[in-house]
Write a protein that binds this ligand. Structure first.
Ligand SMILES: Nc1ncnc2c1ncn2[C@@H]1O[C@H](COP(=O)(O)OP(=O)(O)OP(=O)(O)O)[C@@H](O)[C@H]1O
Ligand SMILES: O=P(O)(O)OC[C@H]1O[C@H](OP(=O)(O)OP(=O)(O)O)[C@H](O)[C@@H]1O
Length: 211
């Protein structure tokens, strides 16, 4: 098999640790304490692979533009960003779901209820498919605040343990979509570096935990 260079975009933050553990298990000799350092590029010369550390939402952008051949991204990010990338493998890590939530016992009576979210595309797709007209209010984090202080009637956001909703007195209303992290590839790299990419998929597939 050829030893063409591969660039892999890894998300910093929440997914990083689980993805790192999987790569180590798959035999990639990543250095320890990567996340503690401020380095944004890590080379593994013996594999001719380099890793770039990116903001989770930016990973599909690097991959679509071909500056990374491969990336790891949450399904939420893929649905929101709608980038032209090839989805290779469900890594089954960083599992959570997208939901609508709000204050308990509140009906949506308004003509266009306000939905606060950092996923404007996922939220508008969801309500459009239901035939409901809504006003989307874009936020970047602490989404749960929005119904508590009267900025929105509902939020559309990630739920994992449910602790954030609970601690802020909110309840789930509607399930939107399941989320886990996926291995993605640039469309051209997938064709041109297919041997290398298939080898990577094979190695990681062995490390995917079901359930
Ligand atoms: N509470 C959670 N539990 C499990 N997985 C989560 C949770 N929240 C988010 N995720 C998954 O992890 C990915 C990255 O989340 P993370 O919070 O690290 O990034 P982010 O939301 O872009 O944050 P920041 O803007 O702080 O970098 C999300 O795209 C999603 O797939
Ligand atoms: O169900 P839980 O286990 O409580 O997790 C859900 C929380 O995790 C995410 O927030 P994050 O920690 O990324 O912070 P953010 O408010 O900056 O988005 C998400 O937006 C929820 O607020």
């Amino acid at each position: 098999m050829s030893n063409t260079a591969l660039t892999i975009a890894m998300p910093k933050g929440r997914i990083f640790e689980e993805a790192y553990d999987m790569l180590i298990e798959a035999g990639f000799n990543l250095p320890a304490n990567v996340e503690m350092s401020r380095k944004l590029m890590i080379e593994i010369p013996e594999e001719n692979i380099r890793f770039i550390l990116a903001k989770p939402m930016d990973v599909p952008t690097y991959v679509e533009h071909g500056v990374a051949d491969i990336g790891i991204a949450g399904k939420d990010v893929l649905l929101e960003e709608r980038r032209n990338v090839h989805e290779l493998l469900d890594l089954n890590i960083s599992k959570c779901h997208v939901t609508s939530a709000g204050l308990p016992n509140t009906e949506l009576n308004d003509i266009a209820p306000r939905i606060a979210t950092k996923y404007p595309n996922i939220a508008s797709d969801y309500y459009r498919e239901k035939g409901e007209q809504v006003e989307i209010i874009g936020l970047n984090g602490s989404i749960e605040l929005a119904p508590m202080i009267g900025l929105a009637d509902r939020i559309v956001d990630i739920v994992s343990t449910g602790q954030t909703l609970k601690e802020n007195g909110l309840v789930e209303y509607e399930f939107v979509v399941d989320v886990s992290s996926r291995l993605i590839a640039n469309q051209a790299s997938y064709r041109m570096k297919n041997d290398r990419i298939q080898d990577l998929v094979k190695r990681l597939k062995k490390c995917v935990r079901e359930g």
